[in-house]
Write a protein of this length. Structure first.
Length: 456
């Protein structure tokens, strides 16, 4: 097993009818999957956590609760996607969806007042659940539930504690096996600023590692759009909406009959073995692939089981949780870990400083090399000035030597370097010889230096 670096949200891994509903909303409102998928997960978790809990690989019972964090810029469809999943009664192909016979609606399961008192009022009693779903969650970050004395309760509610008690300031309320699903949607820049102010405290308290993270931030993290959002065939979300409506009255009917409030979901043998393999592999990668997000990776196997439970209940309904559902859920949890790293690691790093390239200074030549270059340039200038006076540009060597005024040894040394560099051609002896300029070619300068005066 190994991590797959996906460039886009793996929408194709959604089971039917979740796949059709997500694709439909992406097509209809033009929102990216990173916005629509977490809303579908949040809506399903809001319903399933009321009726079900699931048995883990170690035999313990955990809720099917999912927390989702969706970051996307403004005008990307966050509000429309939220309403499509949580207020679907006005968007139906065949007509308005009817209100359930029990009178319970999705709005009845959502807590809008994000205070400790309101939260405990909904959770007080036996096996109660509630969902906090905020279309614009910036106010939640500065609200009472994010204060230090209250924030530690939120991870407990994700885990489904045996009991939760709140002190006298909130009415001495007791909650037995409560569940709380949280879905937050906001703009990336606002959330990054909060994280900078928070200095990692809320992450250290265990809140954010329990969230499935979805980040659509093209300015910081280039994205590749999934083919599902570009499909030419318009799908329908009606089967999923009808499934949600059918699930609404289930918990109410069970409580009226005084039956156990939550059913227990169980994996089949192959699903159990595959989830164990995932958990074992993650544990081995804590100081490797997940060294910087160990807190989120430590919850990945449990989140996989929770998401697979939601897939099973919404898309299958009965029987044992299959390995297929575990595989589908792991694809999203695996992708979410990369998104968590983007948000909580990469986005908080300071931008790289621009690189300024300094022009390197021209190396200073040794004095003897500077003199040789000057002599060579002087001789070339004399030949250039006199070559028009002679046929074929062949200037007498004796005339050139006379015009330079160099001692004989100095002149012959300079001329020798010009011949070696194939800058001039000498014909004949010293007295009757001639010098002709050659076209400038590659020149191996003496001592490895190229005389600047010889450059074209």
């Amino acid at each position: 097993m190994y991590i797959q670096q996906r460039g886009f949200c793996p929408v194709e891994k959604l089971p039917s009818p979740l796949y059709e509903a997500v694709t439909h909303v992406c097509q209809r409102i033009g929102a990216p999957p990173e916005v629509v998928v977490p809303d579908a997960f949040a809506a399903s978790s809001t319903l399933t956590q009321r009726d079900y809990k699931v048995r883990g690989v170690n035999g313990s019972l955990i809720p099917t609760t999912l927390n989702t964090l969706s970051l996307a810029p403004t005008v990307t469809g966050k509000g429309e996607s939220y309403r499509a999943h949580f207020q679907p009664n006005t968007n139906s192909v065949s007509g308005d969806l009817e209100r359930p016979a029990s009178g319970t609606t999705m709005d009845d399961l959502i807590l809008q007042d994000v205070s400790v008192s309101a939260l405990m009022s909904h959770l007080a009693g036996n096996s109660q659940s509630v969902s906090i779903q905020l279309e614009d969650a910036y106010s939640f970050l500065a609200g009472p539930l994010m204060k230090r004395e209250a924030i530690s309760k939120l991870p407990q509610l994700w885990s489904g504690p045996p009991s939760l008690k709140v002190g006298r300031h909130h009415g001495d309320k007791d909650a037995l096996e409560p569940c709380l699903a949280i879905g937050l949607r906001m703009q990336p820049d606002l959330f990054y600023r909060f994280l900078n102010r928070d200095k990692g405290e809320s992450r250290n308290l265990g809140l954010w590692p329990r969230f499935l993270t979805f980040c659509y931030d093209p300015q910081r993290f280039p994205v590749a759009h999934s083919y599902a959002a570009r499909s030419s065939f318009m799908m329908s979300d009606l089967p999923l909406m009808e499934r949600f409506q059918a699930m609404l009255p289930t918990a109410d009917a069970m409580q009226e009959r005084d039956q156990p409030p939550r059913k227990v979901l169980v994996m089949d043998t192959y699903a159990n073995a595959y989830l164990r393999e995932i958990a074992y592999w993650i544990k081995g990668q804590m100081y490797g692939e997940f060294h910087d997000i160990q807190d989120a990776a430590g919850r990945a196997a449990e989140n996989t089981l929770r998401l697979a439970s939601n897939f099973h209940v919404v898309c299958q309904g009965d029987g044992l949780i299959s390995r297929e559902m575990i595989e589908r859920a792991w694809a999203f949890v695996e992708w979410s870990l990369g998104q968590f790293r983007n948000v909580f690691v990469h986005a908080l790093q300071p931008p790289p400083r621009p690189v300024t390239l300094k022009r390197s200074a021209q190396p200073k030549l040794p004095p003897h090399q500077q003199r040789l270059n000057a002599d060579m340039q002087f001789v070339l200038e004399i030949i250039t000035a006199r070559r028009n006076e002679y046929p074929m540009g062949k200037v007498p060597q004796a005339e050139v030597a006379l015009l330079t005024g160099f001692p004989k040894i100095r002149f012959l040394k300079t001329l020798g370097w010009l011949v070696t560099g194939r800058l001039v051609e000498v014909e004949g002896g010293n007295d009757n010889g001639t010098i002709r300029l050659l076209p400038l070619q590659h020149f191996n300068a003496p001592y490895g230096y190229m005389p600047t005066a010889l450059l074209p």
